[in-house]
Ligand binder design. Structure first.
Ligand SMILES: C[S@@+](CC[C@H](N)C(=O)[O-])C[C@H]1O[C@@H](n2cnc3c(N)ncnc32)[C@H](O)[C@@H]1O
Length: 283
């Protein structure tokens, strides 16, 4: 796909990785939606849905609601439609580029937006717009922050121990560069609950959910780790030293018994933070 004007990545090319990751991380979505099961939303938006793993879950949990998956990448929305059909849930899709396309989406009783706001230059402005979509009393849930994933022991048997900590540091650098290069990029203290309050929400709270797939890993989470590692190898080449690059190459070698495809000690452990807030009935 041609990356849209506001896109920082070629999202469509990442469809497989996003779907595998969405599935591997789905335990946190289930737990987060448990927190919302008292709601009876008529209209739900999943803003930046990607291939629709969470959107389909929303449609399953709230079968009476009209659920719309919204994304800038039509290829990912096609995946979401296929997934909804496969799972037998009702899902609409809508292509929209953020932030300019956000204004036309509402109104909704529940807006879910996972790992998307940080891809918009003006994060507070994006939150203000998401809040603007809510009906009075409506709920916004955004997924931001949490903890980086862990897949392997600190000493994985070759290379310099502590690879994952160095990958985290390189990713943090890469992330800052990505944010600085976004159109209309605004620096802000990334205090998500504070930003939700500043956008006018009340009853703001944050909950963190564990994603814990212990070794030995099933094929789905194992593939998700592989894709993620391949992507880090691609993105971080210039930020890592030769020894760490050689370690990554060995981990990604399908023929190597110590590689991620074959080793028995691979696991997937991460934590996702969901920030919830409600639009007051009366402003
Ligand atoms: C990191 S993925 C998250 C996907 C899904 N919400 C999840 O948590 O797995 C970010 C998604 O936001 C979409 N996105 C990012 N920036 C966008 C923009 N400026 N306009 C429209 N969509 C955008 C991408 O196409 C991608 O599907």
């Amino acid at each position: 796909m041609e990356a849209g004007a506001m896109s920082d990545f070629d999202w469509a090319a990442m469809a497989d990785m996003l779907e595998l990751e969405g599935e591997a991380h789905s335990p946190y979505v289930r737990q987060a939606l448990e927190e919302l099961k008292h709601l009876t939303p008529g209209r739900i938006l999943d803003v930046g849905s990607g291939p629709g793993v969470a959107a389909c879950r929303l449609a399953a949990v709230f079968p009476r609601a009209e659920v719309t998956a919204v994304d800038g990448a039509p290829e990912l929305l096609a995946r979401a439609e296929e997934r909804a059909e496969r799972l037998g849930v009702r899902l609409r899709t809508q292509v929209a580029e953020f932030p300019e396309g956000l204004a036309d989406l509402g109104p909704a009783d529940l807006v879910w937006s996972a790992q998307v706001v940080h891809h918009v230059g003006d994060q507070q402005g994006a939150l203000d717009q998401l809040v603007g979509l809510l009906e009075p009393g409506g709920v916004l849930a955004i997924v931001e922050g949490g903890l980086p994933a862990r897949w392997l022991p600190r000493d994985l048997g070759f290379g310099r121990p502590g690879l994952q900590a160095r990958l985290d540091a390189a990713l943090a650098d890469r992330f800052s560069r990505m944010r600085a290069e976004l159109p209309g990029s605004e620096a802000v203290v990334e205090n998500w609950p504070g930003m939700l309050r500043a956008a006018g929400l009340t009853e703001v709270r944050s909950r963190t959910f564990l994603v814990d797939h212990p070794a030995p890993l099933a094929e789905g989470p194992r593939q998700s780790v592989r894709r993620s590692l391949e992507r880090q190898r691609e993105m971080l080449g210039e930020l890592l030293d030769a020894e760490d690059l050689a370690t990554l190459d060995r981990l990604l070698d399908p023929a190597d018994p110590a590689g991620v495809d074959r080793r028995a000690d691979l696991f997937l452990l991460t934590a996702k933070t969901v920030h919830f807030g409600r639009r007051p009935e009366h402003r």
